[in-house]
Every structure is written in C-alpha cells, then in structure tokens.
Design a protein around this ligand. Sequence first.
Ligand code: BGC
Length: 469
Amino acid sequence: MVNITNPRINNILLSLLVLIALCSPTLSDDQCSTPQLQIYEDGVALKMKRGINIGNALEAPREGDWGVYIRDEYFSIIREAGFDTVRIPIRWSAHAGVEPPYKIEDEFFSRVDHVINKALEQNLTVIINVHHYEEIMRDPLGHRERFLAIWRQISERYRNYPENLCFELLNEPHDALTSDLWNALLLDAVKTIRETNPARKIIIGPVDWNSVHSLKRLTLPDDENIIITFHLYTPFEFTHQGAEWVSPSPPVGRKWLGTEDEQRQITDELDIAVQWAKEHGNLPLLLGEFGAYGKADMNSRVRWTYFVAREAERRNIAWCYWEFCAGFGVYDSKKGEWREDLLNALIPKEDAFYISAETDYGEILGSGWYYRGTYATVKLERTEFGFPIPVIFDHFEGLKPEDIVLDRGTVKVYVDGPRMVKAIWRRDYSKLAAASVAGLLAMGLSLLLYWRRLKRKWKRNGLNKRFNA
Ligand code: BGC
C-alpha cells in the first residue's frame, strides 16, 4: 500500500498529477486526453465564437503564390487579439495524386501538420477544409472518389487530434455540383470521416457558394456533431468592389452607410439561417466567411464589419472574418501590425464605438473609435470649391440634441453607440444664374451691334433699296 502520509511520496504523486494536468491537449499524443469543448447555450462550441480565415496561403496553388506564407507567430498574434478560432483554407487537390489512391504529398501533409499544431498550441479552435477544389465543381461525379480519398487520408492523419480541430467538407460548392449531387456526396464524405473520427465536428454548407438561400435544398446525415456554415458578402457590389477575380468587377466607390435597407439585407440573411437551423433541430451555425475587400473605403468597411459581426453574435452565430493578411486583411503583415479600426470592428473594446464622419467634398476629420460618454470632434475642412457650380457646406446630418456645434464646420459628437455624421452640401446656383444673365445680356448686345454693322455694310453695297422699299 502507498503510504499517503509520506511527504516524499505525496510530492511524487503531486508531480504526477501536475504532469497529467499539464499534459498538453494538443497534437497527436495518444496518451493525453483531449479537452472537452465548452458548449454555448445553443450548442455551438464556446471556443468557436470569433474567428479569422488565414486566406490566400494554403489554398493558393502553392503556399506563397498569392503573397501569404503562414508564419508561426501569426497564431499567437491572432490569439492575443482576442480571436478563438482560425479557419485554414487548404487546396488539397493541388497536392494529391490524380490516379488512385490519390495520395497526398508527404511534404504538404507535414506542412499542414505544422500549421495545425502551431494553431492548437495557441489553444485556438482550428477549422481545416477542402478549398478551391475547382475540378469537382466542373465534374462532381468524375471527382467523387478522389474527394473521398482526400478526406479518408485527412481523417486518418488527424484522428487523434483534439476536438478543437474541425473538418469542413468543401468550400462553396457551386456550378455542376448541384444540391442533389452535393447532398449525396456529403453523406459519403461524412461516412468516410466517421470511420476514424466518430465525434469530430464536421462543418457543412449549402450549394451556390454557401448561400443561405440554398439552405432549403441541403439535406444532412443523422449526426450529432454537425455545424452548419454559410457565407455572407452582401451587398456583393460593396464587398467585392474592384475585386480582380470577379468579372465584371463591381466599380470602386460604393459606400456602406448602414441605412435601414442596407441593414435589412444583412439581417434577412442571418434570420434565414437562424430559422432554418431552428427547424432542423437547433443546429449550431457558423458564418464561415464575411468581409469587405480593401478597395472599399475604411469607414464603410468598419461599419459593415461591425454590423455583421454584432448581428451574428446577437443570434449566437459563430463567425470567421475573411481574412487575415491579404486583400481583405485586418492585419498588415508588412508593417507587422493590425489595422486597428477594422480589428476593433471585429473585436470591439468594451464600451467603445466607431464614430464615422462622411463628406462628399473636402475632407472630414474625426472618424475613429471612442468610449461611451465622451465626445468625438468632427471637423470639416473645405478643400474643394466645385466647378462650374460651386458647392457650399449646408449642415451636418445625423446630429442629436446632445451634440455640441462649435462652429459651422466643427461639431462635438456625443458617443452613445456607433454613429455617423455626414456633411451635407448644396450647389450654389446663384453665381451661375448671375453669370448666365450677364452672358445673355452680352450676347444680346453683341447681336445688336453685329446687326447694325451688317445693315451699314449692306447699305454701302447698294442693297438698301430692298430695305427702303
Ligand atoms: C474564396 C476567395 C475569395 C473570397 C472572397 C473565398 O471563398 O476562396 O478566393 O477571395 O471568397 O471572394
């Protein structure tokens, strides 16, 4: 029998206990038990609430081709900023054989292991998916076996990984991968994964690029560990303005002001997802991608991103912003710093709100994050005068009684929530009218003078008879 009063033995026991407790939840160490996912009221894993896509890296034809190579330190940067989840899009199809057994390259697999491990070390929930499998969108049946073989290999490789590694079957099924074909394929894929991963979370989205409108055509296996995903880029003309990969590319310059209509477009989509999830046994929801491309103006991006993220959270929808450090990026990897305004839109500081100032002419200062109860000073600087019809600043739109107008172009905006103040200008037609009257008079006068000169000329040339007749 162990003498539990012996302090040395107690110490050894204690060390053993500490060792077991410290036994990392991560990686493939079979002896260590994996951590329990904490659960939200609605069943969504608590650790999957606010996430970010590390896009343009492993889903490029080769990592680095699209300017992003995943650096180990990204995961601590992401964790420290307050995200709990990373979604890592992966183009397995570019690294798997084209003939059976469709073997995934060892080197690529090792690279993915490394990336997943680094993310798990930071205690992040990690979503890996099959991304940009373009061939299967063109020829779903021709690629069925290969798709399943890819999932069989992924599943075997990560079968002992902790629960906070999740599998997402396929990014944005579309084109020839119709809902009927997708519903059949996803059943087979889930079956394949379940052979080795009986309880891992599997994330599945509808066809038509994971559109909420196609949820009604999605059918699911009877499985307790499914999370439903959808993407939101509404309105597309705003989020994809100037996007080089879209043809025709929506013109740059479209703003998102957060009007009632603009807001409703977004909440309608979120509500469709919530309603559908409710009707299907209260399934957990993940907004797996949303974001506005860097060619849109920052004020609009911040307003849109904040609105979508908060509305999703209000409905208990976990989200992953698209994306970390490329064209939609919230992190500037060259400078090694976050784009703070955008980061705050995703992970706001408590009681801080974005006050945005807009103007069609001149410059306006004051947009930024401010704490509740303080004032943001919005100042309009006139640098444009308008030609040929001058523009004149008229008033600020969006003011409340609590605001303090300091002078014609400066106002202190009271911070009690997200607010937008807009400078309203009017065209000054008075100068144009005066100029037109003067112009008309001058024209009349010159016509008169010309007429008199002409008359004199004709007279001199003997044509006066007709006139005198
Ligand atoms: C695609 C990306 C694209 C993004 C926004 C993603 O699903 O994979 O290539 O940048 O959507 O359009």
